[in-house]
Design a protein around this ligand. Structure first.
Ligand SMILES: NC(=O)c1ccc[n+]([C@@H]2O[C@H](COP(=O)([O-])OP(=O)(O)OC[C@H]3O[C@@H](n4cnc5c(N)ncnc54)[C@H](O)[C@@H]3O)[C@@H](O)[C@H]2O)c1
Length: 259
């Protein structure tokens, strides 16, 4: 209890945290950081090799993590993975909806299948995950959800309307869930990262090009790294953020300044 008499809940050692896309760039950094705080991490990913690699990294740093294979484009796979996670670790305190896909193409040439796939992984999966684990969090009166948005939500994306639309929508889902769950002690926020060195942007450009562009365009003159955003997730799951819900917080070297 704090000096003002208000009880503030946050991640406690032993709590379970699900990190979707936990095998990827940000996902590994989130897993490592939350494991350091004592969370038991459920690494959800479609890529078994990368997911297991994250589990190894967490174990090497003295933390606890388990891998669960999931295809977030498939509701049946999400349901099965949720059941496996519950059986193995119990109900999660925290969920980081971090996995995303970004098939590229201008609207007039983007296949409908790519549009639908992007919506399924980036937006429908967090919706289904909220429906699956929300009731347990509400019952306990504690829980934290962190969604990964993108500056593209605000800027748009040429050759990426599909991705940009899902990132705008995830901000909206964040606010709606926050409103529905605030009275139940469950907080929902979004992280809005700037361009960072992970596999996702590297699918469309080179590392050298990313550095060169950031030098000119980014106010701080550099790209971001997964470690730059991991600390924000650590804050959002902690009791220090107990009065924060429904927010989208940008972390991008000043590239996009969001009110
Ligand atoms: N890297 C950036 O510059 C940047 C900028 C803004 C926002 N973001 C957001 O940050 C989040 C993490 O991105 P990242 O850069 O670490 O990407 P990444 O490509 O390194 O990792 C994404 C992970 O998601 C997994 N994944 C993809 N499809 C899946 C599916 N169907 N089922 C289960 N797992 C699946 C991949 O296997 C991968 O491990 C994403 O939501 C992304 O939109 C990234």
């Amino acid at each position: 209890m704090a000096v003002d008499g208000v009880e503030r809940d946050g991640l406690t050692a032993g709590d379970v945290a699900i990190v979707t896309g936990g095998g990827g760039g940000f996902g590994r950094a989130f897993s490592l950081r939350l494991a350091k705080m004592g969370a038991r991490i459920a690494v959800w990913d479609i890529d078994e090799a990368q997911g297991e690699e994250t589990v190894r990294h967490v174990a090497q740093s003295g933390g606890k993590a388990s891998f669960f294979r999931v295809d977030l484009a498939d509701p049946a796979s999400i349901a099965a993975c949720a059941e496996q996670t519950m059986d193995a670790l119990g109900a999660p305190y925290c969920i980081i909806n971090n996995a995303s896909v970004f098939p590229r193409g201008e609207v007039i040439e983007l296949p409908l299948a790519d549009w639908e796939w992007t919506l399924k992984v980036n937006l429908t999966a967090p919706f289904l995950i909220a429906k699956t684990f929300g009731p347990g969090m509400i019952e306990k009166g504690r829980g934290v959800v962190i969604n990964l948005a993108s500056g593209r939500a605000i800027e748009g994306a040429a050759k990426g309307a599909n991705y940009a639309c899902t990132k705008a929508a995830i901000l909206s889902l964040t606010k709606s869930l926050a409103l529905e769950w605030a009275r139940h002690g469950v907080r929902v926020n979004a992280i809005i990262p700037g361009q960072s060195l992970t596999a996702m942007p590297l699918a469309a450009t080179s590392e050298a090009e990313m550095h060169a562009q950031a030098k000119v365009r980014n106010p701080m003159g550099r790209i971001g790294y997964p470690e730059d955003v991991a600390g924000l997730a650590a804050y959002l799951v902690s009791a220090d953020a107990a009065y924060m819900t429904g927010q989208g917080i940008a972390i991008n070297g000043g590239a996009v300044m969001i009110p």
